[in-house]
Design a protein around this ligand. Structure first.
Ligand code: 6PG
Length: 263
């Protein structure tokens, strides 16, 4: 699938474009269904977007915070107070500064001793929240993703077991190179989103971005290649530094723009 790759000259422009996508998706979802369900990305790149959404009056006032539900597409196996927590990063950059009801924050409980228990609990949270039947996957209105310089996304790292999971919604994933357990959405959960948006900045991502979207299909090496929305859209927002190795510009992808009626 050829994604809609949009190349923005500087990171500031990328995050403004991302805010526009984010708020637009939220407003449409609330207008259509009365709620917006978003899976936030972790790492450092999205922090600037989160700060913009909460800090720039135009975006803050346009967001339907009360009707928005926040999930995380992956988490480290750490407590929410830990410096590495993706939940903590989003809280500090955005969620503790806006009027989102605490009950709308659906965090991954990384503090639990066993990562697999955390994953199973989060899977139950998703099934209950989305009212899923066995075999069904949640349809997030928006799933934000970052990309590592090794082509990983969420906590789907090269050569790890989670890459092959097609039945579970959420799994724990041993990442040897980090000597750590992670909790992550699986590929089918991400692929069932209405709109997946990659946020990729910086020259250290240039080789990975080109390999993922223009290189041979080698998902074990470049797991971000596995992300191919089943009925939704795939957008890549990259700054010029990250897009430096792309041979061709963006191509607007066909594809739907919303969850199927049963969602
Ligand atoms: C995480 C993320 C991970 C991240 C990439 C890029 O928990 O770290 O889910 O997939 O998006 O590693 O990270 P940066 O944005 O920090 O470059």
């Amino acid at each position: 699938m050829t994604p809609d790759i949009r190349i923005l000259q500087r990171p500031e422009e990328l995050f403004e474009a991302a805010a526009e996508l984010f708020v637009g998706a939220a407003q449409r979802a609330v207008a259509d269904k009365g709620r917006f369900c978003v899976a936030l990305a972790g790492g450092s790149t999205p922090r600037s977007l989160y700060r913009l959404l909460a800090g720039e009056r135009a975006w803050r006032d346009a967001m339907p915070w009360e009707e928005s539900h926040f999930f995380w597409s992956d988490e480290r196996h750490v407590p929410p107070s830990h410096a590495d927590s993706n939940f903590r990063m989003a809280m500090e950059a955005m969620l503790s500064n806006v009027a989102v009801p605490p009950s709308n924050l659906h965090r991954i409980e990384g503090e639990r001793e066993r990562a697999e228990e955390t994953a199973s609990l989060y899977e139950r949270t998703l099934r209950e929240f989305f009212g899923l039947m066995p075999g069904e996957f949640p349809c997030f209105d928006l799933a934000l993703l970052g990309m590592g310089s090794d082509g990983h996304t969420a906590s789907l790292f090269p050569g790890t077991a989670a890459l092959d999971e097609r039945d579970r919604l959420v799994v724990s994933n041993r990442v040897e190179k980090l000597q750590a357990e992670r909790i992550t959405f699986t590929v089918p959960t991400l692929d069932n989103a209405a709109h997946v948006v990659f946020l990729v900045t910086g020259k250290d991502k240039a080789d990975a971005l080109a390999a993922v979207f223009e290189g041979p299909y080698e998902p074990a090496k470049f797991p971000a290649q596995l992300i191919r929305p089943v009925h939704g859209r795939l957008t890549v927002l990259a700054d010029e530094a990250a897009a430096a190795r792309l041979a061709r510009g963006g191509v607007r992808a066909p594809g739907g723009d919303g969850c199927p009626s049963r969602s």
